[in-house]
Design a binder for this molecule. Structure first.
Ligand code: SAM
Length: 251
């Protein structure tokens, strides 16, 4: 049976714009700028957002995503070893890659993203950088020991396909760790976070994945942790299902 752990229990208090601090409202004004200035194309959107992305990211972690990201980094710490090959899939500006290298500098890191503008923000990192799609990873099967992917699968048309690709490129004893925005439980939490979910949807081309769309490998070697009443989720999966069997719960 899968382990599903509620990291921080309880519903979320409704947040309103008048209760948030001045720097936060400034950032939200920036989000408005981003959506007006950018088109619907994901790569173009993130190219334009790139110089300001880290501020938005920090805001998201403070409001909702911090617990899930900490959970992923804890799990990463437990599996990272010197000499491993690690892929940061949908790496953006490299925020997670920096944390990976702090945890274990002696790895071969590959950073992949659809947006050259986002990748350009991570030029200083000692890593291979590739412009490409998580929906069709340009790597052979079983190339990596670890794949991490933070806040990416909810921005693509087919989250299940992205996770299938992550699983394909890990080695038999490898790990895939990913976080994403998910729909909270209960109407109070949903109502209280409606404005935040609207901002993420429009400004980051992101969705809050509902249970039927969550790529989830049902196996005792995998686990799932939900934070902020389900608003953010962290999943770790392994390469444990035989090829040809249904790998994920699609419904
Ligand atoms: C919300 S950002 C997350 C960035 C980074 N992982 C982080 O933790 O900050 C989503 C990223 O996914 C990238 N992305 C969206 N669709 C993609 C795709 N099909 N293939 C690769 N990257 C994609 C975007 O360009 C953007 O950099």
């Amino acid at each position: 049976m899968p382990v599903v752990e509620e990291v921080s229990s309880g519903s979320i208090r409704p947040l309103t714009l008048c209760t948030i601090s001045r720097p936060v409202s400034t950032l939200l004004a920036d989000l408005d700028w981003a959506v007006v200035e950018c088109g619907a194309d994901t790569a173009a959107l993130y190219d334009r957002l790139a110089p300001r992305y880290e501020a938005f990211r920090g805001l998201w972690l403070r409001l909702a995503g911090g617990g899930a990201e900490r959970a992923m980094l804890e799990d990463l710490r437990a599996v990272l070893r010197p000499g491993q090959r690690v892929l940061d899939a949908g790496c953006g500006t490299g925020a997670l890659s920096r944390r990976v290298l702090e945890l274990e500098p002696d790895i071969a890191l590959t950073m992949l993203d659809l947006s050259p503008g986002m990748l350009a923000q991570a030029e200083e990192l000692p890593a291979e950088r590739i412009v490409g799609s998580v929906l069709a990873l340009p790597f052979a099967d079983e190339t990596f020991d670890v794949v991490i992917s933070g806040w990416v699968i909810e921005t693509v048309a087919d989250p299940l396909q992205a996770v299938r690709e992550y699983r394909r490129v890990i080695r038999p004893d490898g790990h895939v760790l990913y976080t994403f925005c998910s729909l909270p439980d209960g109407w109070v939490s949903r109502a209280g976070t409606a404005w935040l979910r609207r901002a993420v949807k429009s400004d980051f081309a992101g969705n809050f994945l509902e249970e039927p769309r969550i790529p989830w490998h049902d196996c005792e070697r995998s686990h799932r942790r939900r934070t902020r009443a389900g608003l953010a989720t962290e999943i770790v999966i392994r390469k444990c299902c035989p090829i040809g069997s249904p790998l994920f719960t699609d419904a």
